[in-house]
Each structure stands twice: as structure tokens, then as C-alpha cells.
Design a binder for this molecule. Structure first.
Ligand code: SIN
Length: 475
């Protein structure tokens, strides 16, 4: 377990440190270097100094470094998963799945980085030729979230490094240890000093200001809340940085009358309870056709009742704690608001005594659109279930949100499937599945969920700039 900042290939201890807690019991796990302006500037300078050499290496060379990193991550799966569970709280099996998911982005981009093609374009003149080449954008700042403290780093860093960018990562203050463990393995994989830097900090706005205002940083990639994304975007305006924003969601999960209900309930469990409900693509609003509403609620409640809460490190735990007390307070407020306006808690409905930051897996029925839970991202283990009658009505309600990240629906009729898939205003749609994440697929949202795509063949685009070469033939 590393606890110092990683800058220019070296571990740097700072005068100030901050405490990282295990959310299961709120006990201190480690004290970590608290980077400020000076350390962040040093990391940016190191990344800028490393850029000319790293960006002019062959793609094959960069690919080999990435593959070594990926292999080291896979070889250290158990250790990395343990660190992740300790600082984040998710069950060990989910932590292992995240480490593998994170490694899959490195493997994917180690390959895709070799396929950064350009274009030749027929000219309107006999006297010149038109060529377009793609080049790395430059130094990238990556600001990453606590809910996937490992995979959200590799999903940003791997494409950046693959095309020749250098990177400064600012991990979330709740979960810096996974980032530092990845840096340790990157060091072992042989990335040159300055190519990959990590600046943990307890004061994100201080480090965030330096990263966003530095003219040496040419791109910011951020995953987090829409509110913080907007603030970062404003900060980046002065230097007109390229931006990728993976922001909040408010995912609808629609169950049509002809859906396979058992499959829909399985999908609902996966789309809701992964990471205790703390993912941006978690189902946030369940819309169920009136003809199957009671049956769906009962089946969902039965499965929810059986979920085992506890320490993520203990075998059998299915739902861990919420990340911090603010996260718990938010879930408590949303459920209280819904109940005060007429929602019924079929299961759960309050904080749990398993530990200081646990909330009972909850199913709320009789939920309506005037409740806060309709409009806000819950980020906790709560299913709010709405009743609908018509396709038009449910599409309107599903789209009645300013964000548009993920959506899900279950149904059998293929005409309906096409209609609904096209009508949903979201960047990703799960059709008869509650699991949509994959390295090969483009992850990202529309509207106030942000822009840019991560993973997939499109995931390189945000780290590249196009250069047009006009070759005069001198006739
Ligand atoms: C997220 O919650 O932002 C990431 C979820 C995923 O990649 O599956």
C-alpha cells in the first residue's frame, strides 16, 4: 500500500497528510500525502517534460508498456482488490471484478493505440495533396471518482498513454490508495518518469484549480457529479482545454407488459445494487407497466430482502457501506421525502445498524414524479418504482430529466424495442439486460451527463488532435 504522491517517477512525501477511512467502520486505513499547488505544478511540469519523448515513441513501444502494466495488475488482483474494498467498501468479489474491468481497458487500448490512422483527401487542385494526421493532444489531467477508484483511472489513462499523451491523475480524496497502487505497478511496468503522475489531495478545489488553469495541461477528463463538471468546465475556459465529461445520471429502468419478469428482476438487481447503488449508471427510476406492477414489486422485494449487508472483505457480503456520511444523509433525506409524500417502503426504508454508513436495501412502491427521488441521483441501495399505462407516457417520464447517461428497458415486441431505443434520450441503453459496461463499448452520456466517450474504438478520439497537411507539389 503506497501513501505518497507519485511525481516524475518518484514517491514524494508532503508535509501535510490526510486520513483515508475504511467506510465499513470509519477506522483510519492510512495517512496519505496531501498535495497542493506546488506538488501539482511539479507533476504538470514532469508530464510536460516527458511528453516530447513519450509522444514520439512508436505505438508498438507504448503498447508494450501498457501490456506489462496490464499483466502486473492481473498478477496482483487479490492485493489490489483488497485495497479497493478497504478504502471504498464494495464487496471483494465486486472489487475483483473492477480490477479486471480496469485491466481490460489497458489491454484494449494497448491494441487500439496501434490503429490511429490518418486520411488522404482528394484535392481540388492538381498542385497539392491533402493529408490528415492524428497527434496526441498533450498533457492530460484526469480527475477520477471514488465509486470506481481503479477502473475509472485506467479507462482514462490507458487511451491517453496509448496515443502518446502524458498524464496527471487526481484521485478522489476518499479513495487515493487504489490510484497509488496503480502508480506502483506502472512504475514497475517501466513507464518513463513523468509519463504518469498521481497527486492525491484532501483539498480537491486547490489541485483542481491548478490542473484546470495551467496552460501546459491541454485536456481534462473528468468523471463525477454534474455540478463539479460545470465548475471544472468554467475553470478550463481560460485556457480553452479539450474536455471529456462523464457526469451524473438518472437512469430509467422500464418494464413493459410483455417483459420476461424474472429476467427483468435479475436485470434490476444488477442495475441497482452494483456497488450498493453507487454507480452513475445505476437504475434510479423503475417504471413498471400497471398490469405487471404488483408482481414485479413483489419479486424485486423478495430478492432485495435477501441481500446480505456487511464488511466487503467478508465472504458472502453483497452490499457494502455508503462511501461517507454525506452519502448516507442524502439517501435518508430522499427516502424520507418520498415517504412523506405517500411512497411505501415494501422492504427497508431506513439506515441499517450493520455499521455507521449502511442503508437498508429498499424498495419503494407508489412513487410519483413530485418526489425528490424522481429528480435526483440516489446513489444508494434504493429502488423507487413508478406505475405507467402507455408507451408515450413512460417515454415522456423517462426523458423528463436534464441528464442522459444510461437507460434500461425490458420488453419482447421488436417494433416496440426499436421505437423505445430510439426515443430514449440517453447515451447508453440496455435492452433486456441490466449490465452494459464493457471495454469495447462507448461509455458516455448526453445532455447534462456530459460528452466524450470512454472505452471502445471511439475512446482514443478525445486524446487526439487532427492536423491537416497541405503539400504543394511545386509545379
Ligand atoms: C460509473 O459509475 O461512472 C462507471 C460505471 C461503469 O463503468 O460501469
Amino acid at each position: 500500500m503506497r501513501t505518497s504522491a507519485y511525481i516524475n517517477g518518484q514517491w514524494l512525501e508532503t508535509d501535510q497528510t490526510f486520513s483515508v477511512l475504511n467506510p465499513y467502520n470509519r477506522r483510519e486505513l492510512a495517512r496519505v500525502s496531501d498535495c497542493g499547488v506546488e506538488e501539482t505544478e511539479a507533476a504538470i511540469d514532469a508530464a510536460a517534460a516527458a511528453f516530447p519523448s513519450w509522444s514520439t515513441q512508436t505505438a508498438a513501444h507504448r503498447s508494450r508498456r501498457l501490456r506489462s502494466w496490464c499483466e502486473l495488475i492481473r498478477n496482483n488482483l487479490d492485493e489490489l482488490a483488497t485495497i479497493l474494498t478497504q478504502e471504498q467498501g464494495k464487496p471483494l468479489a465486486e472489487a475483483k471484478a473492477e480490477i479486471k474491468y480496469g485491466a481490460s481497458f489497458i489491454e484494449w487500448f494497448a491494441e487500439e493505440g496501434k490503429r490511429v490512422y490518418g486520411d488522404t483527401i482528394p484535392s481540388s487542385s492538381k498542385d497539392n495533396r491533402i493529408v490528415v494526421i492524428n497527434q496526441p493532444v498533450g498533457v492530460v489531467a484526469a480527475i477520477t471518482p471514488w465509486n470506481f477508484p481503479s477502473a475509472m483511472i485506467t479507462r482514462k489513462v490507458a487511451p491517453a498513454l496509448a496515443v502518446g499523451c502524458t498524464v496527471v491523475v487526481k484521485p478522489a480524496e476518499d479513495t487515493p490508495l487504489s490510484a497509488l497502487a496503480l502508480a506502483d505497478l506502472a512504475h514497475q511496468a517501466g513507464f518513463p518518469p513523468g509519463v504518469f503522475n498521481v497527486v492525491p489531495c484532501a483539498r480537491p478545489e486547490v489541485v483542481g484549480r491548478v490542473l484546470t488553469q495551467s496552460p501546459k495541461v491541454r485536456k481534462l477528463s473528468f468523471t463525477g457529479s454534474t455540478a463539479v463538471g460545470k465548475w471544472l468546465m468554467e475553470q478550463c475556459a481560460g485556457t480553452l482545454k479539450r474536455l471529456s465529461m462523464e457526469l451524473g445520471g438518472n437512469a430509467p429502468f422500464i418494464v413493459f407488459a410483455d417483459a420476461d419478469l424474472d429476467a427483468a428482476v435479475d436485470g434490476a438487481m444488477a442495475a441497482k445494487y452494483r456497488n450498493g447503488g453507487q454507480t452513475c449508471i445505476c437504475a434510479n427510476r423503475f417504471f413498471v407497466h400497471a398490469s405487471v406492477y404488483d408482481e414485479f414489486v413483489e419479486k424485486l422485494a423478495t430478492k432485495t430482502r435477501k441481500l446480505k449487508l456487511g464488511d466487503g472483505q467478508k465472504a458472502g457480503t453483497e452490499v457494502g457501506p455508503l462511501i461517507n456520511s454525506a452519502g448516507l444523509d442524502k439517501v435518508i433525506r430522499l427516502v424520507e421525502d418520498a415517504r412523506s409524500k405517500g411512497a411505501k417502503a415494501v422492504v427497508g426504508g431506513g439506515a441499517s445498524d450493520v455499521g455507521p454508513q449502511f442503508y437498508q436495501p429498499t424498495v419503494l412502491s407508489d412513487v410519483s414524479v413530485d418526489m425528490d427521488v424522481f429528480h435526483e441521483e440516489i446513489f444508494g441501495p434504493v429502488c423507487s418504482v413508478y406505475k405507467f399505462e402507455t408507451e408515450t407516457e413512460v417515454i415522456e417520464q423517462a426523458n423528463a430529466t436534464r441528464v442522459g447517461l444510461a437507460a434500461y428497458f425490458y420488453g419482447q415486441n421488436y417494433s416496440l424495442i426499436w421505437r423505445v431505443a430510439e426515443a430514449l434520450e440517453f447515451g447508453m441503453v440496455g435492452i433486456n439486460t441490466g449490465r452494459i459496461s464493457a471495454a469495447q463499448a462507448p461509455f458516455g452520456g448526453i445532455k447534462e451527463s456530459g460528452f466524450g466517450r470512454e472505452g471502445s474504438k471511439y475512446g482514443l478520439d478525445d486524446f487526439l488532435v487532427k492536423k491537416y497537411l497541405c503539400w504543394g507539389l511545386g509545379h
